[in-house]
Design a protein around this ligand. Structure first.
Ligand code: BES
Ligand code: ZN
Length: 415
């Protein structure tokens, strides 16, 4: 589709006699970049990263710095020649479809699923969203956080961790009631006993396209993660699971029927390297699942800044982040949105991002002002003031996201 439109444009430009200078994004190793600068002194590295060649970026010595540069397409044959002559290897750069894909490649993410088209991100379900939003109640979120943090811990290996997964599955099953289009399953992982929990609302006429909203159900303390260690994990991440549970409750109570399939996930084993979500995201990619978007809620109940919701810009999708900012503007105009970064793959959104899916991570504060009590026995509800008012904002944003993205049909507006 994109290619068609580009070539059509080129034909038109050609007919009009306009010079066909076409800027493209390439990734190129450091030595190739130096040669490029000789050909075009104006070429500038937009970002760079030192990494082992992974097959999706320009080849170079392992550990070589790779740069993202925008160049005129007409220069590429000359660059290729120059690299061949001077460095004695072929190519030496890779042309990316657009800046987004180039940046994903630089971060080491997989290519997006072939044929998966970006959604329109249209905001056109005001009636449904505005009817459902006021039904979200912080008292329910508070209750769920309390129940989850009452477990001694929710480690991925302990009996408590297993029980917490079973408890979430039972809660979600209760909310599902006897609706034929809603299922709850526990996703078993090969290497540890704590299962992830997945609630699915099957889409009506666009069920092959799926939206994922997730949080992690496990907890941790820095050290001594045995049966009897105390790790309440009230904010990290009972809060995220509780925010999502309240969205599930309201969507199902309102008998909302999405056109796309919506999946809510409580991941196991996040605290030990995003292992539960990595397992699931890999499986989905293998099965070529059309995941249009993934939203991660991990830590929603500790307000560390004047702004309410921070959109994390790394390991996430810029277009979907903009969509979230727009949803907040339209539906939650009193909320202030900020931007921040972890600087590393800090939560389960990164697992979806790594598989080439559009992921976002709206977070309770800026990275630097986040809850200082996490990963300790003091990550309790009391540390967030025994209330769930902050977590409610994340339920509101997540509900708007689920309904607006969930309500698009097979012939979405931009296709
Ligand atoms: N909820 C945290 C991530 C987090 C902490 C984000 C503080 C922003 C501010 C998550 O559960 C976690 O602890 N992640 C690990 C990394 C993971 C790959 C094991 C971390 O941040 O150390
Ligand atoms: Zn954590």
């Amino acid at each position: 589709m994109l290619k068609l439109r580009q070539s059509a444009l080129l034909v038109l430009l050609g007919l009009a006699g306009v010079a066909q200078a076409q800027p493209v994004w390439i990734s190129v190793g450091d030595q190739g970049y130096q040669l490029l600068r000789k050909l075009d002194a104006g070429a500038k590295s937009r970002e760079s990263r030192q990494l082992a060649a992974d097959g999706r970026l320009a080849k170079g010595a392992v550990g070589e710095t790779v740069h993202l540069v925008q160049v005129d397409e007409a220069l590429l044959p000359k660059l290729s020649d120059s690299i061949h002559e001077n460095l004695r290897h072929c190519g030496g750069f890779i042309v990316h479809r657009d800046l987004k894909e180039a940046q994903a490649a630089l971060k080491g993410a997989a290519a997006p699923l072939a044929g998966l088209v970006a959604p329109s991100y249209a905001i056109d379900n005001q009636a449904a969203v505005n009817q459902l939003l006021p039904q979200l109640q912080d008292s329910n979120i508070l209750g769920t956080i309390q129940s989850l943090s009452n477990y001694q811990n929710r480690f991925y290996t302990t009996s408590h961790g297993v029980n917490a997964s079973n408890w979430i599955a039972a809660q979600w099953k209760q909310l599902a009631g006897n609706r034929g289009d809603v299922t709850v399953e526990q996703f078993a992982h090969a290497s540890w006993p704590q299962k992830s929990v997945i609630l699915t609302i099957k889409g009506t006429d666009n069920s092959a396209e799926t939206i994922v909203l997730g949080g992690h159900l496990d907890s941790t303390v820095g050290s001594g993660t045995g049966e009897s260690s105390r790790a309440p994990g009230a904010d990290d991440d009972a809060s995220g699971v509780a925010s999502l549970t309240e969205v599930i409750r309201v969507l199902l109570a309102g008998n909302y029927q999405p056109r796309r399939t919506i999946k809510f996930m409580a991941y196991s084993a996040e605290e030990v390297g995003l292992r539960g979500s990595a397992d699931i995201a890999k499986r989905f990619k293998q099965q070529q699942a059309k995941v249009v978007g993934a939203l991660q809620l991990d830590m929603t109940n500790y307000q560390g800044d004047a702004q309410d919701i921070f959109l994390f810009t790394d390991y996430t999708n810029a277009a979907q982040n903009t969509f979230l900012a727009n949803l907040a503007k339209v539906y939650l105009p009193s909320l202030k949105v900020g931007y921040s970064q972890c600087g590393y793959a800090c939560s389960d959104h990164a697992s979806w991002n790594a598989q080439g899916y559009a992921a976002s991570f709206p977070f309770e504060s800026s990275f630097n002002n986040s809850n200082p009590y996490i990963h300790s026995r003091n990550d309790t509800l009391a540390s967030s003031g025994n209330q769930a008012k902050h977590a409610l904002k994340f339920s509101q944003l997540a509900l708007a996201y689920a309904v607006e993205l969930g309500s698009d049909g097979p012939a979405a507006k931009l296709r």
